[in-house]
Design a protein around this ligand. Structure first.
Ligand SMILES: C[S@@+](CC[C@H](N)C(=O)[O-])C[C@H]1O[C@@H](n2cnc3c(N)ncnc32)[C@H](O)[C@@H]1O
Length: 316
């Protein structure tokens, strides 16, 4: 049962405003109005423990917006945004459709109020919202709305922003592998995860009451990209620093509590001739993964990076 709801009868849930809820607490940190007293009390209590939390939340939204815009500029026209949260500013379809109005987005959340709000406020041409639990990829990926809006075989953007830390590292990595398997070649994963140092991260995980929160280490976050080519630079970066082509330090001088962010591409297969040379198609196509490095270097850089698949350079 999602926090902030009570079960009344089989199949029926009632909004329980006396208990804090993940989406509403986060909305409050973002400066939104969709929260109740219990959510605000929880959000303020957590801010007292770690004051940068509201700023970090806004930086996460900034990362999301930069990443979606960048994907749209690489030609991505369909997005699956899981754990999408309450509608706020710079929602995924607004950012993507500002680049190309034909972009299609499926918002997914396991919170019924989030999905109702998203249906009312965000749905439109090529955009819809569905109920779905991240832990059940088959249900999400097989949902009629997903199948209608996300065309199989066409590169897609998978967004898992600030949601994987509601799962332990092992479960998060296993699910990432399943979603990455589904992702068509040339598609991208956009991921951000809360990752504090031991003291702060564990204190926040202990104190956060809307759900079980897991503090992931930078190495565990990096492992989420295994099997994918991370866009590097920036590699794995603090959310506020993520921008393609911008080098960052990670791990490096760091805040005690941070949001780590990265974007990775599912490489297109490289076809080799018998002599081990790249087939012309691989050289002249748009590249296995678009990367901030332009031109032929980009293709070669991408190929080179497959030798160390998945790990951002800082973790090799
Ligand atoms: C912190 S908000 C992040 C919202 C948005 N992705 C962002 O980065 O701005 C996390 C959202 O994930 C949703 N969520 C948490 N666990 C989930 C799960 N197992 N399946 C689907 N949604 C989940 C919550 O309901 C909430 O709306």
């Amino acid at each position: 049962m999602v926090s902030g709801y009570a079960r009344t009868a089989p199949g029926q849930v009632l909004l329980d405003t006396s208990r804090p809820n993940i989406a509403r607490v986060y909305d409050y940190w973002l400066g939104g109005k969709d929260s109740f007293a219990a959510d605000r009390a929880e959000a303020d209590r957590l801010l007292a423990i770690w004051p940068p939390m509201a700023r970090l939340s806004r930086e996460n939204r900034q990362f999301l917006s930069h990443a979606v815009a960048w994907l749209a500029k690489q030609g991505i026209r369909q997005f699956l945004d899981i754990g999408s949260g309450l509608p706020t500013v710079q929602n995924t379809h607004e950012t993507a459709q500002a680049i190309d109005p034909s972009c299609r987005v499926v918002y997914v959340d396991y919170d019924p109020v989030v999905v109702n709000h998203a249906k009312v406020l965000l749905s439109g041409q090529g955009v819809d919202a569905i109920m779905g639990d991240l832990r059940e990829p088959d249900t999400i990926l097989g949902h009629p709305v997903t199948r209608q809006l996300i065309r199989p075989g066409e590169p897609a953007g998978l967004i898992l922003a600030l949601v994987l830390h509601f799962l332990d590292a092992g479960t998060a990595a296993k699910l990432m592998r399943e979603y990455a398997n589904w992702l068509p070649d040339g598609g991208y994963a956009v991921v951000s995860v809360g990752a504090g140092d031991q003291e702060t991260g564990e204190a926040l995980a202990r104190e956060y009451t809307p759900a079980t929160l897991y503090n992931h280490s930078p190495g565990q976050v990096a492992a989420l990209f295994d099997g994918l080519d991370i866009i590097d630079p920036p590699g794995l970066a603090d959310a506020r620093d993520w921008y393609p082509g911008k080098p960052t330090l990670c791990p490096g001088p760091r805040e005690a509590g941070r949001i780590l962010a990265g974007v990775a591409c599912k490489p297109r297969p490289v076809r080799l001739r018998a002599g081990g040379h790249l087939m012309p198609a691989a050289r002249t196509s748009k590249g296995r993964c678009a990367s901030p490095v332009p031109g032929p270097t980009r293709v070669m850089a991408s190929v080179a990076s497959t030798a160390v698949l998945g790990r951002p350079s800082q973790f090799r």
